[in-house]
Write a new protein. Structure first.
Length: 344
């Protein structure tokens, strides 16, 4: 399948590549973006799956010729559908690779959990053995695809371009070091997986000290909203026109997800798997999901449980299995916490 190419806004070309069949249950086709820089060179934002790198490079050559210079490869985050083609881009264009330093946190956390074997991961996260084995294969397969960065992206960093400079916006939540690119001139946001049009990004728990996935994500939504973007170019799906409305919808979704988790705890102590099974997932019941989606569902459930703990509404239960229980039946503390995050 050939990748499609379209200039979606002035100076930004969207390259849409196919999805990896072994992960078809998780994500749709992936968008990468070529940004025309001020010196006639280009920056590529994300590199798609490793399996689609040949079609990505073929589309670039067909549209821009053999001599195109891709000076930089900017990775919004280090999930395999966004960085898998990195080595191929470097080999073909000698591009310099950049991503946020904090992206290494979640990679190291995953590797440490999986390196310690099934018992460690099941103890901490409650994953069924078959899910853990499938994820272990996927993580090990993708670990070798990412080279060391030539530089780390920083908040507010400016990237000069023909159609107006871009700013790096650190938007943790989907992952600790996720970034967006924002062009103040016309309010264009290259949003990666931070804001998606037809579904909500997975907000995954990571065993990283001091990192709160859901709190970070809600704060990042509010941060982007204050910028007032007019258009968002996501990593998957259609261009988002009314960005503020989409942010409002996503925030409301997580309020409702918190209520689902809260209601699950009203019956007493609950394990992570019990709470995850009680949540209404958009792709079906927890038991009907494939391996990777079950992994993501558990991680998202934990991030919501941990947020309730931060709000003082729930607590972790001491014992060999990861369980939670309510400390109060007063929901108002959660609403107050979400409200503070939106105003900060």
């Amino acid at each position: 399948m050939a990748a499609s190419v379209k200039e979606v806004v002035d100076g930004v070309f969207r390259l849409t590549t196919s999805r990896a069949e072994q992960f078809a249950e998780v994500v749709s086709r992936v968008h990468c973006y070529l940004v025309e820089l001020s010196d006639g060179k280009f920056a590529l934002v994300d590199s798609g799956w490793a399996s689609s790198s040949s079609e990505l490079i073929g589309a670039i050559r067909n549209e821009f010729g053999e001599g195109i210079k891709i000076e930089r490869l900017i990775l919004t985050h280090l999930h395999p559908d966004h960085f898998g083609g990195t080595k191929a881009i470097i080999e073909n264009y000698s591009s310099k690779v950049s991503y946020h330093r904090k992206e290494t946190l979640h990679l190291n956390a995953y590797y440490n959990v999986l390196r310690n074997g099934k018992r460690s991961a099941q103890f901490w996260l409650g994953f069924p053995t078959d899910v853990l084995e499938a994820v272990q294969v996927a993580v090990n397969a993708n670990r070798s695809l990412l080279p060391e960065p030539d530089s780390y992206l920083t908040e507010g960093e400016k990237i000069g371009a023909r159609s107006g400079s871009w700013r790096i916006i650190h938007t943790p939540g989907h992952s600790p070091g996720h970034v967006c690119l924002y062009r103040p001139r016309d309010g264009t946001l290259i949003s990666g997986d931070h804001i998606l049009p037809g579904e909500t990004s997975n907000v995954a728990y990571y065993p990283v000290p001091g990192y709160s996935a859901l709190r970070s994500y809600l704060a990042s939504l509010a941060k982007v909203n204050r910028l007032g973007p007019s258009t968002a170019l996501p990593g998957h799906g259609n261009v988002i026109g009314d960005v503020a409305r989409r942010i409002e919808t996503i925030t409301a979704h997580h309020r409702e997800r918190l209520k689902e988790v809260y209601r699950s705890l009203q019956g007493g102590e609950r394990s992570v798997s019990e709470v995850t099974s009680s949540v209404k997932w958009s792709r079906g019941s927890y038991e009907s999901l494939g391996h990777v989606n079950r992994w993501l569902a558990v991680l998202e459930t934990i991030s919501h449980l941990e947020f309730l703990v931060e709000c003082g509404v729930a607590r972790k239960v001491a014992g060999p299995e990861r369980k939670y229980a309510l400390t109060t039946h007063d929901w108002s503390g959660v609403d107050e916490a979400v409200g503070r995050i939106q105003r900060t």
